[in-house]
Design a protein around this ligand. Sequence first.
Ligand SMILES: [Zn+2]
Length: 474
Amino acid sequence: MLDLVISGGICVLPSGTAQVDIGVTGGKIAVIGAPGSLGASTHTVNATGKVVIPGGIDPHIHCLSPIRFPGEVEPKYTDPPAQVSRAALFGGTTSLIDFVQCTHDRSIQTAIEQTDANWKGACYCDYGFHLTLMGKIPVGQYDELAEAMQAGHASIKIFTTDIRPGNTGRMVQYGDIWEALKTVAKAGGVAAIHAEDNDIVMFMYEKLMRENRVGFEHMAEVHNTLSEELSFNRVIRLAERVEGAALYMVHVSAATGVAALAASRARGFPMYGETLHQYLMYSAEDYRKPGGQMYHTYPSLKFPEDQKALWEATNHGAIQVIATDELCCPLRVKLQGSRIDDTTGGNSGVEPRVSLMYTQMVTQRGYSLEHFAGMVSSNAAKIMGMYPCKGALAVGSDADIVVLDTGLQKTIHAADLHETDYTPWEGHVVTAWPSVTVLRGKVMMEGGQFFGDLKDGRFLPRKVPDEIRARPAV
Ligand SMILES: [Zn+2]
């Protein structure tokens, strides 16, 4: 007997959309067949009239990031995996990828173990880690890196900027990036890049401070479209010169970034793009609203013409993934800074991400269900080396399944969500919302009721297939 059957839904399969039943045993999808053909099961979810997609994947989130709280001297931390993963599951996301800071005072293996200690037995959904390289990379780290990548941490993260003045230690110089890319290519991984031109950004900080224009509403002048153009092109050209180096450009925010990615893809290189729902749906104008910091994450919100280019790029262009850059914290923390150099980055948005994108992509823009599922799940699984274990409704895949109620007119309110005490999505109307979320065969959420256990989440070892690194394969 099957453990679980999801019956009668419009299912987004790798082969296309079909009305089928999905049968689950032992946490895996065991059988897919015509409605009513699968026989008995312990639990059945009636998905008639609903859309069934693979569990959402958010490959760019931050939990337990050190952060200052207003009025407190001791640094505290953003919300933990327990809170973020619970919200993710309510919203139809079953896998998250966070970051391990490869600081120089410990081995990469120790850094991984110390980070994993915060996740193991403490996360409701599945999770993995990008390895963040920091500053001047110690020569000894390259071998450690290759080893860690082969052990399932198949992606690194690199910053080409310190982002804010005084925030030193993150930026990696291009020589080190070059060497790191060689290591990553050899180890068979992918490099996630936060690309901004540090010279331009730091110059603009000095300039605006000199001119006393320090309000965060000027953020797009500092973290600007020229910076994105220069840095994207520079790091992409560097990667093009390293055989087998694939880049995943995080939070693409500008038309210039899109153009740089598109040009390299047209030359046949394996360059991939992520944007945030924030960047698609808010612009620098929104900084001027009350509490406008709510909409901010670094680099910055840009302009309507950038949003237009980003949207076009989601339609079979240079953007394959919609992530959140989740940094879950209370509103008073998000609003504590109001200057270009102290405004809190990151978003709260892991819960409404899938529903907002269904609304924007399927309902408003007429994208196919397959295309939408690709943008919120399958493409990230492919690029990050989790496919078809994750990101696919296919026999043998993990049974991470989301049933979406569609045709709704549901207004988002922070009080109904499970993230924190605010949401930048307050008042947005969505046309879909998950009614069931399944993680490896276990119903984690059904009809707004949560059944997860902190022991349910598992570490996800990843391996990026050669195909992803050979050409723009997604
Ligand atoms: Zn981030």
